[in-house]
Design a protein around this ligand. Structure first.
Ligand code: B12
Ligand code: SF4
Length: 532
């Protein structure tokens, strides 16, 4: 029975792909690295649990555990447990939920996976929150207090992003993350790419936070900071991006974000990004195969555009993390070899080669289910590093080997040296801080990052194990799973039977003006996707 002081425990299950391990720098060096933390830990903190905590009334005691950076305390004194899950975290989330329930705790599940597969999640919790939690979470707490908790809380509309509270970062162990400051400025994405669920879960219209709110939140983080904007596309709306960059510039932060190739083609916007402190962009280039590009709705001169844009962005001293997808129906071993060659030649600072993954809630998932090509039944394997479906022009083994080839070729010593070189220090004062040797530090970070990833890749290739942080302790769920030699939970959690019935909150979009926007046809775009 709930007590007077309600105690809520919020948990994010271990996320091996959010972990890193690089040589530790002394503590004082974090001033030079703009508060990035080296050593071992998580890459970014997700904002979902910090947002839930900020939506929780002040008389409720809240604790957050991110299993990527600390073990779960299953004996914790609490009344209500909230667990979040992306698809590849779902089996671990269910395990955690079941364990707390076995101890008599009330468990609420939420997050992107629960939003697209609520029926599956229902058997592992007392209540589930489908869609965004801004309007539902306060109701959950109130109902729980009054002893009338319902089974499903479905977001009737998307959050308008106008008055959200600042996420409770004070509850996160920020010093255990490489880039501890993540900030959200907008939600939603109009592009609705086949392999992505964002447009479905977060809507096809952009919802922007008021700029003053973003500025206010950034001020709480202080100056001399590295910030990662978690928006799906920072330049999705160029007008807004212009305003955002102007608003951020006086705050003297360094930032990175997910962007599309169009940012590199808009000279003025790119310059504004540089002036406002942009030092790295994550760009989804996806593929160089012409047929693949056509399927993704991208132009066929992609290859040349790619090289041109990379050069422009580099000329502004902005680093690029390029994302490439392997396994599209149009891919052949030749096109993938070509992709790796071009990416190396372009001297990208970082690249990731992800396996196409039919995530539940996406058009791709529905298509592959219909075609009988979804092979993997364990959601835990849906991490973009494994082959979960039957590819078209190659065997699964070939695709696996090509992925390993991409990572191995890009992060071997020779490639790192050729791509990063020993860039010259800048002799003139640079940037809002006038910090003279900034590029030294920046290049040092790129080197450290490449060496760290290179070691991880070598380890993975040699041991034949999933890429994960070296030395990161196994979570209880992973230990049990290894001991059993089979997935602990996933087989019976294999998505909804009818692929068309996958629900999503994205069918209804509330614009900040308060009007309702029903998703129209997909934009006839030459706009590429930018995302993981
Ligand atoms: C930052 C980020 C990351 C970070 C760290 C995330 C972390 N520490 O959790 C990094 C870079 C490590 C990462 C990695 C990956 N990511 Co990611 N990531 C994101 C991103 C951009 C933002 C996440 C975020 O904080 N969102 C803001 C919060 C507020 O939104 P939210 O999580 O949906 O939470 C709301 C509701 O869902 C709900 N809610 C959430 N949890 C809970 C819990 C409870 C109890 C309740 C009541 C409610 C609730 O309330 C919140 C407020 O409304 C999202 C895209 C996006 N825009 O969301 C992708 C996204 C979550 N990632 C995705 C994917 C696929 C991945 C990767 C698998 C991709 C890859 N190629 O490597 C990896 C694997 C990670 C892993 N688990 O191993 C997908 C997930 C799709 C899915 N069905 O699971 C997303 C949606 C992007 C996409 N294009 O589809 N990611
Ligand atoms: S992949 Fe990126 S651009 Fe495409 S729908 Fe998802 S968030 Fe939008």
């Amino acid at each position: 029975m709930p007590r007077d002081t309600l105690k809520v425990l919020l948990i994010s299950p271990n996320n091996p792909f959010n972990c890193y391990r690089v040589p530790a720098f002394p503590k004082w060096a974090s001033w030079f690295t703009r508060n990035m933390h080296f050593g071992q830990g998580g890459v970014f903190p997700g904002l979902n649990l910090a947002i839930l905590a900020s939506l929780t009334p002040s008389d409720v005691e809240v604790r957050i555990i991110d299993e990527s950076v600390e073990p779960i305390d299953f004996e914790a004194d609490c009344d209500l447990v909230g667990v979040t899950a992306m698809t590849n975290m779902a089996p671990a989330a269910y395990y955690i939920a079941d364990k707390f329930r076995a101890r008599g705790k009330t468990v609420v599940l939420g997050g992107v996976h629960v939003t697209v597969c609520p029926d599956e999640a229902a058997s592992h919790c007392d209540a589930l929150v489908v869609g965004e939690a801004e309007y539902s979470w306060p109701r959950v707490l109130e109902d729980f207090r009054k002893g009338r908790l319902q089974k499903v809380y479905r977001a009737e509309r998307l959050f308008d992003m106008q008055g959200g509270p600042i996420p409770r970062r004070d509850l996160l162990k920020l010093d255990r993350y490489l880039i501890p400051q993540t900030v959200e400025t907008a939600r939603g994405c109009p592009f609705d790419c086949d392999f992505c669920s964002v447009s479905r879960t977060a809507g096809r219209a952009y919802r922007f936070r008021p700029l003053e709110h973003v500025q206010e939140e950034l001020r709480t983080l202080g100056r001399n900071r590295w910030v990662f904007f978690i928006d799906d596309i920072i330049n999705g709306n160029p007008k807004r991006a212009r305003e955002l960059f102007k608003a951020v510039a006086p705050l003297k932060i360094r930032w990175g974000a997910q962007a599309t190739i169009l940012l590199g083609e808009d000279e003025e916007l790119l310059e504004l990004a540089r002036q406002s402190g942009c030092v790295a962009l994550f760009i989804g280039f996806e593929t160089f195969s012409n047929a693949g590009l056509k399927k993704l709705g991208k132009p066929t001169n992609w290859h040349e555009r790619f090289l041109r844009v990379v050069e422009r962005i580099h000329s502004k001293k902005i680093g690029i993390w390029g994302a490439f997808v392997f396994g599209l129906d149009a891919d052949t071993p030749d096109t993938l070899h070509e992709t790796v060659r071009v990416v190396k030649d372009a001297r990208l600072e970082f690249a990731q080669f992800s396996c196409l993954t039919p995530l539940p809630g996406t058009a791709l998932y529905r298509q592959y289910i219909r075609e009988g090509r979804v092979r993997e039944k364990d959601w835990g394997e849906y991490n973009f590093g494994n082959v979960t479906f039957i590819p078209k022009n190659m065997t699964e083994q070939e695709l696996k080997e090509l992925l390993a080839y991409g990572w191995g070729e890009f992060y071997n010593w020779k490639s790192i040296r050729q791509r990063l070189g020993w860039r010259k220090p800048v002799r003139v004062p640079y940037g809002p801080n006038g910090f003279r040797s900034f590029f030294h530090v920046r290049n040092l970070l790129f080197w450290a990052g490449n060496i760290g990833i290179g070691r991880l890749v070598q380890h993975g290739l040699k041991q034949g194990v999933r890429t994960r942080a070296l030395g990161q302790p196994e979570s209880e769920f992973e230990r049990m799973r290894r001991a059993l030699g089979k997935p602990a939970e996933a087989p019976q959690s294999f998505g909804p039977r009818d692929p068309d019935s996958v629900p999503g909150a994205g069918d209804l979009v509330i614009l900040s003006s308060g009007t309702v926007d029903r998703p129209g046809p997909r934009p006839s775009e030459t706009q590429p996707s930018a995302d993981d």
